[in-house]
Design a protein around this ligand. Structure first.
Ligand code: DC
Length: 220
């Protein structure tokens, strides 16, 4: 049986992986897995049900009972449209904490593997290439300097009418990077065979084209 192809795109927060992964998936007609959304959904449900973020056992149960429904660009959890709610800063911070727990990561393992469907999958996250899809034919590690990422987040917030401080954003990004990189299980790190792509000076289009070019090379 021929393996269903997977392109993994891992990298730090605000590196643009989500946008790039979704565009690469659209260009190839592949499915798209936003694995960070699963950790965010888990955190959202825990916050809503007032489950302590220290209670690893209970959080594992929250993760294994998650039954999100993805429809077009929307995400529903228990019938509620949570698309925007899971993007809140508070949920992102809680997601980074629950993502450090082995029981939570284990509970979400199968859901992620099941996303591998024909004709192919583009998966973005922190450990897609290193842990979840180690046999992916193309693994990309997308980075950008903390300044470039903070500037992008600043622009995104500005578009939403939210005033932010660039120094605070940079500090927050660096702190989240540290937590994601220093945790014991599945820390943020490029897979050994990943191609590193620094997008600090690249447009989204140029970044997408580079990934598509690499994919063409590995499938030729
Ligand atoms: O990509 P994101 O910002 O939506 O991810 C939210 C949090 O989930 C992030 O702090 C790290 C964690 N995460 C993870 O540990 N492993 C993944 N594969 C994806 C996200």
């Amino acid at each position: 049986m021929q393996m269903i192809p997977v392109i993994t795109i891992d990298g730090p927060t605000a590196s643009g992986k989500g946008t790039v992964a979704a565009r690469v998936a659209a260009a190839l007609g592949f499915f798209y897995l936003d694995s960070g959304a699963l950790y965010r959904l888990c955190a959202y449900k825990a916050l809503k049900e007032k489950v302590s973020l220290e209670d690893e056992h209970a959080l594992g149960e929250v993760a294994s009972s998650l039954a999100p429904h993805f429809e077009d660009a929307k995400i529903y959890l228990d019938g509620e449209d949570v698309t925007d709610k899971i993007r809140a800063e508070e949920v992102g911070v809680a997601a980074s904490k629950v993502a450090a727990l082995p029981t939570v990561r284990k509970a979400l393992l199968e859901v992620q593997k099941r996303a591998r469907k024909a004709p192919g999958l583009v998966a973005d996250g922190r450990d897609m290439g290193s842990v979840i899809f180690p046999d992916a034919p193309l693994k990309v590690f997308l980075t950008a300097s903390a300044q470039a990422r903070a500037q992008r987040r600043f622009n995104q917030l500005k578009e939403k009418g939210i005033v932010a401080n660039i120094d605070t954003l940079t500090r927050d990004l660096e702190e989240r990077d540290r937590r994601d990189m220093q945790r014991a299980v599945s820390p943020l790190a490029p897979a050994k065979d990943a191609k590193i792509l620094d997008s600090s000076e690249l447009s989204i289009e140029a970044t997408v084209n580079q990934v598509l070019q690499w994919y063409k090379e590995v499938t030729q």
